[in-house]
Ligand binder design. Structure first.
Ligand code: GAP
Length: 517
């Protein structure tokens, strides 16, 4: 785990050093859990968004997109339940004055028991080698059994307080923290306040005069912009069920615990799609969207073993099925996307609070009803993080040197082709620019003439550029260049006139989309 933490730290500094992600307002020492995307980060992020958008809107005739405003009528959030129930349980340590999410403190305690079990298993695996039987070891080793029992008991108590009638049992939660002797990581003390609920929505005021201003919220999810536009889109687009509305946009949450870089941010971006369906068909559609979305993730080639579903035991009162797609990050399997069967709750609530009839007339059934909804909701930033984590490698080379390379899927890479003149003279820079001028309309190209070729290759490896081309004397004679592959580092001589056809298909989003149909 310590080694993984080390790797994660390196990924975070790599993101800064190579223009992917900077702390927000860096010159003022940053702003908690808010980040800016740099020159390479924004390209990668845009490519992720394109991959998602096109997979939804281009590949499905019955899915259309919208772009709703961040500010919405305040009643939206009353109707959706966010004003009353979008809370996290919060606890303060009186000595360090630090604030924590009480549920996270307990989850971390459970993770400690799991870690202890894992360490015992790894130790035994090393000792016994091929003959090691993990199941038998788990069932018989005293230390594993002891930690497993502690874990199970804590898990059961945690489930009970989280699912108490009338919401989370806050006193019960504090009691667990005291009983487990959980200490503040800063002060090392157990001097805790009571647990209380904290609403995660940011608010501001709209209107100039203080007395005339009204309180509005920065949306904590993009989904509500889709629900309130359901009628507009259905009518103007003459959409027939089943159909979907997709949207990409910023969301804001005043997260108490903001950690792990861009995993949990206060300002982030979501890609959400609400799929409107006939009541009664929701579990079939839920299964279908689970499969479709998992295929989208696995299509990036990061290995099926790095993904898993985490089906929810505890469902929100309006949901009848929910799952997360988790990805294996350096800090464990973590949620990247949520898929929820949300029944007709949201449309029903907006109908109630707005007084408008929000229904669909089904010509086949010859009746009107409120559609049910399957939602797919993925964070752009978490997707970005999962891609960076999986792509980052410090590779030992046969000559003993090390190179840092990002094995980004070529279609998502910020720069697709780098063109280098071998030297800065003899017309080589001009020839290199000529190649770029020809190819820049088809994919993102970069010109580099500074430093030795080897150093230039390393810089391109570090930003995940899949192809580099070197222009040399021979180029001037026969219009060929050397084309170098980022992953294999192999170089081959190709005609300039073939470059586009060799590279374009491999680096286009279309190449990814083709595997999805
Ligand atoms: N409309 C449903 C919804 O918002 P969610 O599980 O709260 O569901 C969906 O969020 C996705 O948004 C998550 O799977 C995650 O990828 C992303 N997300 C949520 N909170 C985030 C945060 N604070 N920072 C970054 N991404 C976040």
């Amino acid at each position: 785990m310590a080694q993984q933490e080390e790797v994660f730290k390196k990924i975070v500094s790599h993101c800064k050093e190579y223009g992917f992600v900077f702390p927000s307002s860096d010159i003022y020492d940053g702003l908690g859990a808010v980040y800016d995307y740099g020159q390479n980060g924004v390209e990668l992020k845009n490519n992720i968004k394109q991959y998602w958008w096109q997979s939804m809107v281009l590949l499905h005739e019955n899915i259309v997109g919208i772009d709703a405003a961040i500010f919405m009528h305040p009643t939206t959030w009353k109707a959706s339940g966010h004003v009353d129930a979008f809370n996290d349980p919060l606890i303060d340590n009186r000595d360090s004055k630090k604030r924590y999410r009480a549920d996270v403190l307990i989850e971390e305690q459970m993770a400690k028991y799991e870690d202890k079990i894992q360490k015992e298993i790894e130790k035994a695996r090393k000792k016994f080698g091929d003959t090691f039987d993990e199941a038998q070891f788990r069932a018989t080793n005293a230390r594993v059994l002891e930690n497993q029992e502690k874990y199970d008991q804590l898990h059961e108590r945690f489930q009970t307080v989280m699912n108490a009638d009338g919401g989370i049992d806050l006193d019960g939660m504090k009691q667990i923290i005291l009983d487990e002797e959980i200490v503040c990581p800063i002060s090392g003390t157990r001097n805790w306040t009571d647990v209380r609920q904290f609403n995660l929505m940011f608010s501001t005021e709209m209107g100039a005069a203080a007395e005339g201003a009204s309180k509005i919220y920065l949306r904590p999810e993009t989904a509500q912009g889709i629900f309130v536009n359901y009628l507009n889109v259905q009518k103007t687009g003459r959409m027939k069920l089943p159909f979907g509305i997709a949207q990409i946009g910023k969301a804001f949450r005043n997260e108490i615990v903001a950690r792990q870089f861009i995993f949990r941010m206060r300002e982030f971006e979501q890609m959400e799609m609400q799929f409107f369906i006939q009541p009664g068909t929701e579990l079939d559609w839920f299964a279908k969207w689970k499969e479709t979305r998992m295929k989208w993730h696995q299509n990036l080639g990061f290995g099926a073993e790095n993904y898993r579903f985490h089906d929810h035991d505890k469902l929100a009162h309006y949901a009848n099925a929910a799952t997360d797609i988790e990805f294996h990050m350096p800090f464990g399997f973590k949620e990247v996307e949520g898929i929820h069967s949300r029944t007709n709750f949201d449309l029903g609530q907006h109908a109630k609070f707005s007084g408008k009839k929000i229904e669909y007339f089904d010509p086949e059934r010859n009746e009107s009803y409120t559609p049910y909804v399957i939602e797919t909701s993925i964070g752009v930033d978490r997707m970005f993080l999962s891609i960076m984590c999986h792509s980052y490698e410090e590779q030992k080379l046969p000559d003993g040197q090390t190179r840092t390379v990002l094995h980004l899927p070529a279609a998502l890479a910020p720069v697709k082709l780098a063109v280098f003149p071998l030297t800065k003279k003899d017309g080589l820079p001009e020839k290199a620019q000529e190649i770029i001028n020809d190819l820049r309309f088809h994919f993102n190209c970069k010109y580099e003439e500074k430093d030795q070729i080897g150093k230039r290759y390393r810089r391109m490896d570090a930003i995940g550029c899949p192809y580099c081309v070197t222009v040399d004397q021979q180029t001037l004679e026969d219009n060929t260049v050397t084309l170098r592959d980022r992953d294999t580092m192999e170089q081959k001589r190709v005609a300039i006139s073939d470059l586009r056809s060799i590279i374009e298909d491999k680096v286009s989003i279309t190449s990814l989309l083709k595997n999805l149909i």
